[in-house]
Each structure stands twice: as C-alpha cells, then as structure tokens.
Design a protein around this ligand. Structure first.
Ligand code: HEM
Length: 140
C-alpha cells in the first residue's frame, strides 16, 4: 500500500467538494436562470482548483514520476492531460468574464455558441476530476 500524505487526502476532499458545488452552480443557471451567481460560483471554483493543482497535485505528480506501463499510469496520465485542458478551458471562461467586469455581455456562456462552450467545459472538468479520484482511490 502506497504512503499517502495528508495533503493528498485534503485535495481529494476539496475536489469532491468542487464537484458538488459545481453541480449547484449548474443548478443556479439551468433551473434558477441566475447568471451572476452561476459565474461567481464557477470562477471561485476555478481559483480553488488551480490552487490545489499548483500547491499539491503538480509537486506530487513530479515526485511520483510514473513509469510507462506501471499500474494506473495511463489513468494518471489521462487525468493529467485532461486536467491541463480543464484548467485552460475553465480559466478562459471564468477569467474573461471577471476581467470584463463580470457582466452578462462579456461572458462566453452567452451568444450562439455559449451552451456548447459551457457543456464542453463541464464535461472536460468533471471527467478530469473523476479520473483523478479514481486514480487516488485505486492506489489506496
Ligand atoms: C468555468 C466553469 C463553468 C462551467 C463548468 C459552466 C457550466 C455551465 C453549464 C453546464 C451550463 C448549462 C448549459 C446547458 O444549458 O446545458 C451553463 C450555462 C451557462 N453559463 Fe456557465 N459554466 C462555467 C462558467 C461560467 C461563467 C464564468 C459564466 C459567466 C457569467 C457562465 C455563464 C453561463 C450562461 C450565460 C449560461 C446559459 C447558457 C444558455 O443557456 O444558453 N458560465 N454553464
């Protein structure tokens, strides 16, 4: 059984919380049609996610240096690359909105392609979170 640091357990809990709050963020938009709370919730989650990635996940990943073909290596790499894509997508969506003054008009969720951008961002982010959790739980 691998030794797992307390920080890694904390990150697992934070990532599970991000997933739950993200679902609530989707609810505020889809059911309650409230754009600003939706954007605010998602932007906060994007920042929390980046902090956990920089502070814990990245150093842990490079410490581990998984050998190709090792058990779980492909799961970890899938999580790694999907996670990088999720950070890019979520940062573009959230920070372009924040930097334009958090107004409906300056948001990538509005307009013709808004729904597609939102759904793609959600799917990529959720998939990367679930893959990370699966890798962590499989290694316990
Ligand atoms: C970065 C993380 C974000 C994720 C994962 C996300 C996810 C979603 C999802 C799943 C929907 C529902 C799409 C549907 O109707 O099926 C949605 C809708 C929407 N989101 Fe986001 N969102 C994010 C950030 C933002 C931000 C920062 C804004 C800016 C205000 C925003 C504005 C909108 C708008 C306006 C809609 C309605 C789109 C429509 O129904 O045409 N989202 N979002």
């Amino acid at each position: 059984m691998a030794t797992v640091s307390l920080a890694s357990y904390a990150v697992l809990g934070i990532q599970a919380a991000i997933l739950l709050v993200m679902l609530f963020g989707v609810y505020t938009m889809k059911v309650r049609r409230r754009t600003r709370p939706h954007g605010t919730i998602m932007a906060i989650l994007v920042v929390v996610n980046i902090i956990t990635v920089v502070a814990v996940m990245t150093p842990t990943f490079y410490d581990m240096a998984p050998a190709p073909g090792a058990a779980g290596a492909s799961l970890l790499l899938a999580h790694h690359y999907l996670g990088l894509l999720a950070i890019i997508l979520t940062s573009v969506v959230a920070f372009t909105w924040v930097l334009r003054g958090a107004k409906d008009k300056g948001c990538l969720g509005t307009g013709r392609r808004g729904r597609t951008i939102m759904r793609t961002t959600l799917v990529v982010w959720t998939a990367s979170l679930l893959l990370g959790m699966a890798y962590f739980i499989a290694g316990l």
